[in-house]
Design a protein. Structure first.
Length: 187
């Protein structure tokens, strides 16, 4: 088995039309310009994340955790969102959570989420056995997106504090077999 410490949680990844690179302090203005759209967070459990102090805490946590990536549209060289790797678990060949993802609305419904998740999942599966995705149980937009990219719903759930409430999250996984057989592996 490969050692799990070999997983680079802040790689620079390329995907069609995208560059995913480590998030840095200087990305605040560009990323907050995207995140300040209240509609992005409407179905999200952290429905108040569009507010400056709430997003500031999210941004600072992303930097502190060390697995955050800025998502850059290579045609315009602008930041259009972010995602991160977090919660590396060593059991059964290793597992990492991919999440905290958001994109500017103009990139919803098209190939961007698939390309981003393909790059991130492929990178992680080169070192570990599976990727986990925690989604608010009532966040139907994100759940549909997970199913669209081949995520398998598991029995795992947890409660997470969001917008002053404890919110139930369900977990999807993508291992090598789901990756190879699903839309992520057919790229």
């Amino acid at each position: 088995m490969r050692e799990l410490k070999l997983l680079d949680r802040q790689p620079t990844l390329e995907a069609p039309g995208l560059l995913l690179r480590p998030l840095v302090v200087g990305d605040w203005d560009a990323l907050f310009a995207v995140a300040s759209d209240p509609f992005i967070w409407k179905q999200h459990p952290a429905h108040d994340r569009w507010k400056d102090p709430v997003f500031r805490a999210f941004f600072d946590d992303a930097l502190a955790q060390g697995g955050a990536l800025a998502v850059v549209d290579t045609a315009s060289n602008t930041i259009i969102g972010s995602s991160r790797y977090q919660g590396l678990e060593a059991e059964a060949g290793g597992s990492i959570e991919i999440g905290w993802t958001f994109l500017a609305r103009s990139y919803w419904g098209g190939p961007t989420n698939l390309a981003m998740k393909r790059a991130m999942t492929s990178h992680a599966l080169s070192s570990i056995a599976e990727c986990r995705f925690a989604v608010g149980a009532q966040n139907w937009r994100s759940r549909k997106a997970m199913e669209k990219i081949g995520g398998r719903l598991t029995d795992r759930t947890d409660m997470r504090g969001m917008a002053g409430e404890e919110v139930r999250h369900v977990h999807y996984v993508i291992g090598r077999s789901e990756f190879d057989a699903g839309p992520l592996g057919r790229g």
